[in-house]
Design a protein around this ligand. Structure first.
Ligand code: ADP
Ligand code: MG
Length: 754
């Protein structure tokens, strides 16, 4: 049985509607030990014949048998396998991977050797044999034609396959080099089948055992010149012994190849790396700008959660009395409580006018946090700020800045606060905090509640509410606990609700008499108590800055109260008949949860602070749409990044199509090549990730840049990395597919891969 047998083989080319005959009706048998010379005019079909034999080109007619097995049903993978096991191909224009060194080119054919050391030894021995030892580490692009062809021969030697095909191997070489190359071929060809296509029969006449002449696609003459070399049948070549690659062999080969390819083209590697770095950074920015991804569907919490916080309110009435609070605290074993805790759930916004920056912050009490500048708060009117590190450069360490901050705060807060310290943090996904002492927090909480439930009215304009604001001043002189300050805007009299009558009529505590005038022609107020503003003048000399602030921001009247008076007001049973809530604190959430039943049985409403809002169906729908839109935006930007990556790397990646075709001609499988392209991509991706991470880390750690953008949560970074990773892999896979769509032969001929 012949090694390779062609039965009536025909191959036609159709391009642009024109049909050209490559070969037709070819019947040839080839065996080991033969050294066949094929000659014929240009265009007679020699190359076509060789390409069909090598499996690099398909045939339309007849049947090609390999050791008796028909091949017309072969798929691409079968041809790959066939090339891997049987074929070494030597082209006229020396197809070596130009970016690889001589050594790497030869090692390419030795991938079946697992041990890298052994592989290197073999390659070096073969390179020595073709006389290239002085060029081992030279890149292919730096070699002369003869040296390239020697490299190809070393590669063919390395592969040690039973069939050696050479298409005008010396066509571009001078006669001296040609002679040497042919002699080398002869030397390695014993026990193999060698088929050489040549213009110059004389060159090979000395060795040829057979001469096939081709004319116009058909075999014109087939002449035996000498008996074939004797072949020991048992001697299997290395290629023949190589089995089909398993999963791990594919991975290993792909990894080796990918690594070599990555380092062989440092410019391409750098370019890919840069692209991926830009993509990663762009994706991160997009995500940072598009807000929290899951925000639209995540349930909205009603309260700000703290471990062990339980929120309690009496059913059907305003607020817990002081005694009630003490009793409940004891019976349920609470470790702490805040009677008016609305402040825990409030957020505010701090705007730095002169720097045009601002930040939302939450209120807190915390005796543990150490300030970076200044000291921790000690008195009720002292606070410490906990801000992102970016503000450090804005605020500096000067106390003058603090005073300035205090002013800003006071206009918002309504308390003569003093900022005594600032602590900074790096993670700007966290909230900024204004930290009171526990006592100060309680006080301000009460003030907040009080403001929500009390309205004062000016008689001139009874319909206007909130015209009198409440303001807590901590350093009233002894015996005085409040002052009603009216500015010029306020002309005559002001009305206060009935509920406050008891507090205001004491007289001694106040600098004003409250004049009761039951009849008011406005008719909208029920029995208001009117303050006579005609004698209104400020008796207590409150600080100039405070007055300025008040005048600037509250255009009408201000009731200044001492902390004591505020306590009295908020403790009075008539105050707070609106909704107020109280927080009880337990060791942890589990302990807190156990108290809920106890409270409910005693007639209170009780709910954990991690309770979330229940959504009705329309809200669910809206949330769903919002989520889809966010997701769509994110995916769209990812697609844009993919497009960008694709656009930039297209040429660069496809430029290596020729290299890949060479590897394919050697029988390196698509799977191995795909893995190698993945590895190449990953090798570019890793430094890209590291660089992007370093950039963000630097922005994070450098205070003046920390506020540039909102940092993401770990999961989001992971998602981005995964996104870029998948896009890259998808693209790499796509390239491989495209390159394999064009046949090896066409690619090597320089046909572009689209
Ligand atoms: P040779 O190698 O003997 O010079 P070829 O095998 O390259 O000849 O070509 C044989 C015939 O097939 C020629 O007529 C050539 O024009 C035609 N041919 C070869 N390759 C193609 C192709 N890719 N498309 C169209 N015609 C082709
Ligand atoms: Mg040709």
């Amino acid at each position: 049985m012949a090694l390779i047998s062609l039965k009536n083989i025909g191959k036609i080319y159709v391009s642009e509607g024109v049909v050209a005959v490559g070969i037709r009706g070819v019947n040839l048998d080839f065996d080991r030990g033969e050294f066949v010379a094929i000659t014929g005019k240009s265009g007679s079909g020699k190359s076509t014949l060789l390409n069909v034999i090598s499996g690099m080109d398909s045939y339309e007619e007849g049947e090609l048998f390999i050791e008796g097995e028909p091949t017309s049903h072969y798929a691409q993978a079968d041809w790959e396998e066939y090339r891997k096991r049987y074929i070494s191909f030597i082209f006229q224009d020396y197809n070596i991977v130009e970016s690889f060194t001589v050594l790497q080119n030869v090692e390419l054919a030795l991938m079946h050797i697992d041990n890298p050391k052994e592989r290197r030894q073999r390659a070096l021995a073969l390179i020595r044999r073709v006389g290239l030892e002085s060029h081992i580490h030279h890149k292919g692009s730096h070699l002369s034609g003869g040296q390239k062809q020697r490299t190809v021969i070393a590669r063919a030697l390395a592969k040690d396959s039973p069939v050696l095909l050479a298409d005008e191997p010396t066509g571009n070489l001078d006669s001296q080099t040609s002679k040497e190359i042919i002699a080398l071929l002869r030397e390695i060809s014993r026990e193999k089948l060698v088929i050489i296509v040549t213009h110059n029969f004389e060159q090979v006449a000395e060795y040829a055992t057979r001469h096939v002449r081709v004319y116009d696609g058909s075999v014109e003459a087939d002449e035996r010149l000498a008996p074939p070399s004797p072949v020991q049948k048992s001697a299997l070549t290395a290629s023949e012994r190589a089995g089909k690659d398993g999963f791990f062999a594919t991975l290993r080969k792909g990894f080796t190849l990918g690594r070599v390819r990555f380092t062989a083209k440092p410019k391409l590697a750098f370019f890919l790396c840069l692209l991926m770095c830009i993509s990663t950074i762009a994706a991160t920015l997009v995500t940072a700008l598009s807000g929290e991804m899951t925000e639209p569907i995540s349930n909205t919490p009603i309260f700000s959660h703290r471990d062990g916080r339980l929120i309690v309110t009496p059913t059907g009435r305003g607020s817990l009395s002081a005694e009630e609070l003490a009793r409940l605290k004891e019976t349920t074993g609470a470790v702490d409580s805040i009677r008016y805790d609305g402040l825990l759930d409030a957020t505010n916004y701090l705007w730095f006018e002169d720097t045009r920056t601002g930040c939302p912050f939450i209120f807190d009490y915390d005796e543990g946090t150490k300030p970076d500048v200044g000291r921790a708060p000690q008195a009720p009117n002292e606070v410490m700020l906990s801000l992102p590190i970016g503000y450090r450069d804005l605020l500096g360490k000067e106390s003058i800045r603090y005073r300035h901050l205090s002013d800003i705060l006071n206009t918002y807060i309504g308390m003569d606060l003093e900022v005594v310290g600032v602590s900074y943090f790096y993670d700007n996904t966290k909230d900024s905090r204004m930290i009171f002492t526990r006592e100060g927090f309680d006080l301000y909480s009460r003030l907040q509640m009080c403001r929500d439930h009390m309205n004062f009215y000016l008689q001139d304009d009874v319909m206007r509410q909130d015209d009198v604001s409440l303001y807590v001043v901590t350093d009233f002189p002894e015996n005085s606990i409040g002052v009603f300050y009216a500015n010029t805007y306020c002309t005559d009299r002001a009305a206060v609700p009935d509920t406050l009558r008891g507090l205001f009529s004491g007289g001694r505590d106040f600098y004003y008499e409250i004049v009761e005038t039951p009849d008011t022609d406005q008719g909208t107020l029920e029995d208001p108590t009117l303050l006579d503003l005609s004698q209104c003048q400020y008796v207590y000399d409150i600080s100039e800055t405070l007055l300025e602030t008040i005048q600037k921001f509250y255009y009408s009247c201000t009731l200044l109260v001492s902390p004591d008076l505020l306590m009295k007001i908020t403790d009075s049973p008539t105050i707070g008949d609106g909704y107020t809530q109280t927080s009880f604190f337990y060791d942890n959430d589990q302990t807190a949860e156990k108290q809920i039943d106890l409270f409910r049985k005693a007639g209170y409403q009780a709910v954990m602070s991690d309770a979330v809002m229940k959504r009705d169906s329309s809200e669910v729908l809206l949330a769903g749409i919002a989520f889809l839109m966010t997701g769509f935006f994110w995916v769209a930007s990812m697609l844009f990044i993919a497009f960008f990556l694709n656009l930039c790397s297209n040429k660069a990646m496809l430029a290596s199509a020729g290299d890949i075709a060479i590897m394919r001609s050697m029988g390196i499988s698509q799977r191995v090549i795909r893995v190698s392209v993945f590895v190449q991509t990953l090798l570019a991706l890793l430094p890209a990730y590291l660089t992007a991470a370093a950039v963000f880390l630097a922005i994070y750690l450098i205070p003046s840049t920390n506020l540039i953008f909102r940092f993401l949560h770990f999961g989001e970074y992971f998602l981005i990395a995964l996104g870029v990773f998948l896009i890259s892999l998808r693209m790499a896979g796509h390239y491989v597919k495209r390159m394999f769509r064009v046949s090896v032969k066409k690619t090597l001929k320089g046909e572009t891969v689209q």
